[in-house]
Design a protein around this ligand. Structure first.
Ligand code: ADP
Ligand code: ASP
Ligand code: MG
Length: 420
């Protein structure tokens, strides 16, 4: 019999009716004789509310107390689901992160799982009891404080638990029926992918497709966990998770590149609205100027993503444009203000009204010309590119936020991703 991890996100557990619906999915797998661990998120909107309360209590909050508050949403849903399952005659028990335990580092608010002891849970699920685990949280062992894994972190919990339990499959149940070529809420013609490679999914996630958390994909890739995304709102049959070709009729399988027969050049398009652009103008163009800007930012733990440097007309002055997380913009600006002496004279402007749009595909490794085709198509729509970054399997452009949907739709058609 298979060991299965089933994860249900916020919209799937948004109220008691939805929790009852989740319980039916769980019962189906338990009745089929599988050993089941279920990972749940907080009810939709709950974590946002908790974060808001923390910020209202004090914007300068203690991260350990932030975690004590925001981890609580998952405790409610795990208990409620256990109660509903018990009422349906299914043996079930709720588990919080510390009870397993799921150990993390001390980076409160965005902690990383360091180890999970799956021994006790394996025993319990082998005895036929469904384990209902709080997603998003673990315990930092030195101070024994609850730690959360960053927003969207329940996906990460699910995969980490799948690793600890040596699960045969990790099923991520959500409000869409799989991973699409782009966010189906933006492009109606987006198509469900029956399979996507770990590498492409990793890029999609890290470039903004929030259907899976980046870290969950990374863990699944490193540990070879079979990951499937499917809808919690549809009925499913129980599927023996042995042969991946049996699984692709519903949902999306995240798998090795070699398991995908028909590979497109571009597999998907992602967008991220959470970056902000900073431009420094008329800085002296001399050796060390980049270091004088990015050194202090790095020292202050401000992550810089895209960077563009332009020479001015006479070659003695330069402009530098780069992006940081919008949430870190204020901090970045104050760091740059503090580094004026090292950088020298400059004019500065910034904007959070930008969007990063990325095209992703392992096929780009062997196909030239994707970038030029992309830039040409954007130019034809009069969309100005503010910055560009590329890697082997992706090209990202930064554009004005007003053009985001137009750009995504244009590129989706351009690369042949539109549904018929
Ligand atoms: P959950 O609460 O179940 O974790 P999320 O809201 O985190 O769900 O993720 C699901 C959402 O991700 C979808 O509703 C969809 O709008 C969005 N999304 C973004 N990009 C994609 C994509 N490429 N494929 C599918 N969904 C996507
Ligand atoms: N409840 C958490 C959040 O909203 C974790 C998750 O849903 O994955 O970020
Ligand atoms: Mg999510």
């Amino acid at each position: 019999m298979a060991v299965i991890v089933m994860k249900f996100g916020g919209t799937s557990v948004a109220d008691l009716d939805r929790i009852r619906n989740v319980a039916r999915h769980v019962k189906r797998e338990v009745d089929a004789g599988n050993q089941v661990a279920v990972v749940v998120s907080a009810m939709a909107g709950t974590t946002n509310q908790l974060v808001e309360w923390v910020n209202q209590a004090s914007p300068d909050y203690d991260p350990r107390e932030y975690d004590a508050v925001v981890a609580s949403g998952e405790q409610i849903t795990s208990g409620l689901l256990a109660i509903v399952l018990q009422s349906m005659g299914v043996k079930a028990r709720s588990w919080q992160g510390w009870q397993m335990p799921i150990e993390t580092n001390d980076n409160h608010g965005a902690a990383r799982v360091s180890s999970i002891d799956g021994t006790l849970m394996r025993e319990r699920i082998a005895g036929g009891q469904a384990a209902i685990v709080t997603g998003f949280q673990g315990i930092e062992p030195t101070r024994k404080r609850i730690a959360t894994l960053g927003r969207g972190g329940s996906d990460t919990s699910a995969v980490a638990i799948a690793v600890a339990l040596k699960a045969d499959i990790c099923d991520i149940y959500t409000d869409v029926d799989g991973v699409y070529t782009t966010d189906p809420r933006i492009v109606a013609k987006a198509q469900r992918l029956s399979k996507i490679s770990y590498e492409e999914m990793l890029e999609m996630a890290s470039l903004g497709s929030k259907v899976l958390s980046t870290r969950s994909v990374e863990l699944a890739m490193v540990y070879g966990i079979r990951l499937r995304v499917l809808s919690s709102f549809a009925d499913h049959e129980t599927t023996p998770p042995t042969n991946i070709d049996n699984l692709e009729d519903i949902g999306t399988i995240v798998c090795d590149e070699d398991d995908i027969v028909e590979q497109q050049v571009v597999s998907g398009i992602a967008y991220a609205k959470d970056e902000a652009k900073v431009t420094l103008r008329n800085i002296a163009d001399k050796p060390g100027v980049a270091a004088s800007i990015f050194g202090p930012l790095a020292d202050a733990n401000v992550n810089v993503d895209m960077i563009v440097q332009n020479l001015s007309g006479d070659g003695r002055l330069t402009d530098m444009t780069f992006t940081v997380m919008a949430s870190e913009l204020e901090r970045a600006l104050s760091v740059l203000d503090g580094a004026k002496a090292e950088i020298g004279a400059f004019e500065i402007s910034s904007s959070a009204d930008v969007v990063k749009v990325s095209v992703i595909g392992v096929g780009m490794r062997s196909h030239a010309g994707v970038a030029s085709k992309m830039f040409q198509a954007l130019a034809e729509k009069s969309i100005n590119i503010l910055a560009i970054t590329t890697s082997e399997i992706k090209i990202s452009v930064l554009i004005d936020a007003d053009y985001a949907e137009l750009a995504i739709r244009t590129l989706h058609s351009l690369f042949g991703l539109d549904a018929e």
